[in-house]
Design a protein around this ligand. Sequence first.
Ligand SMILES: [Zn+2]
Length: 180
Amino acid sequence: MPTTNHRRSTTAKPSTRIGYGFDSHEFRPGVPLKIGGITLQHDKGLGGHSDGDVLLHSITDALLGAVAAPDIGALFPPSDPKWKGADSVIFLREALKRVRSAGYAVANVDASLILAAPKIGPHAASIRTRVAELLGVPGDCVGLKAKTPEGLNLENAAVAHVVVLLEKAKSAGKAARKRR
Ligand SMILES: [Zn+2]
């Protein structure tokens, strides 16, 4: 028979959960540059998995990690031709679905983008607005910092680090109380 402590630890849902995501892609000529769900004017884009949206991939992995779901590479294998050039919004939507079915909602997201060019400053507001819209949160719940890769020798890559905080969804809480 399980101990009381054991039972409590498996049934009580924490009120918040944190998630962390990391991603990097190499710049390639001849592909559009997608960052945070918008297309930026640049002479190169990001190659690799799907449309190479390094920011949406990191957010997706942060969301999946927060609910201990399999990561983006496991759910959408880069080796599967189905995902070649795919819109990364698809991955984000799947991660959000898993967050919701786990009974959570996004509280806020904070991201750091590291790339030498183009300058993100002029596009930061549009990226934040788009990401907020995709996540269904107010614009002031999306933080975005852009940095150049000082001393990292990463002139031809874009890197994104993301943390996300989830909180118990209000509707899920009510449903849980009713069931009791
Ligand atoms: Zn990626």
